[in-house]
Design a protein around this ligand. Sequence first.
Ligand SMILES: [Fe+2]
Length: 281
Amino acid sequence: MSVAQLVRLSHEQIKPKIGSRVLNTKDELLSGALSGAINELLEARGVLVFEQLNLTDEEQVRFSNSLGGNATEIGVDGGAVFSISLDAKEHSREVIEYLKGSLFWHIDGTMNPVPVRGSILTSKVLPTWGGNTEFANCYAAYDDLPADTRAEIDDLRVIHAMWVSQLYHCPEPTLEQLEDWQSKGSAELPLVWHHKSGRKSLVLGNTAQHVVGKTAEESARILHGLREHATKEPYHYAHEWEVGDSVMWDNTGTLHRAMPYDPDCGRLLRRTILLGEEYFS
Ligand SMILES: [Fe+2]
């Protein structure tokens, strides 16, 4: 039996309803021997933390590929690693404005029929203040809803649009700006994702505009009420970064956001993404 076959995934819970800390060495993680177990744990726990793993970009791409492949980041020179930074040296003003949308709860890729399955962030430069990344487990939040609430929302549909998310951080755009955002389109998604696994999760976030067939007032109560429920204890985890930490999340069953930080401090996270494989359904 090879050494790789003897490796077991070593992990501990961070909180009962979200998050696990993975304790294996970098060599064990990059060997590929744990890929199946890591993917299973990711789906079960929503967020996996790898403290002080100190992945280089090349190692992070290799790790992502071992878990099912990393999609090429959109609009990023065809590269596989994307800088999460509000620093003008890293990105154009347009990209920085777009990234400000990440300061509010969201799921990545709600404009795509198949969103990314997950992402990995590695911390390179810490902020001077703020900048935690927060996560919420939308599987557990759905499961804990009263049965009558689940029955009421199970078949609802929600219109999502990129322009709606941008209004959170830029509430008074020019008409030209608004039309540019609206040119990115919209999508009608289920409020409750009925996964192939048989599990269900809530599809929420700052791209959610309104519930189909409901008044504006009722729709807002449903979407904001469920978001409030899903992002509070015990479904919530905030990661306080140290340089070298990596954090992976299941984008199909969690919400995430960045907490505000000094945009001039050079805070830098490097991101790779895991290819999506499941339609919103
Ligand atoms: Fe995001």
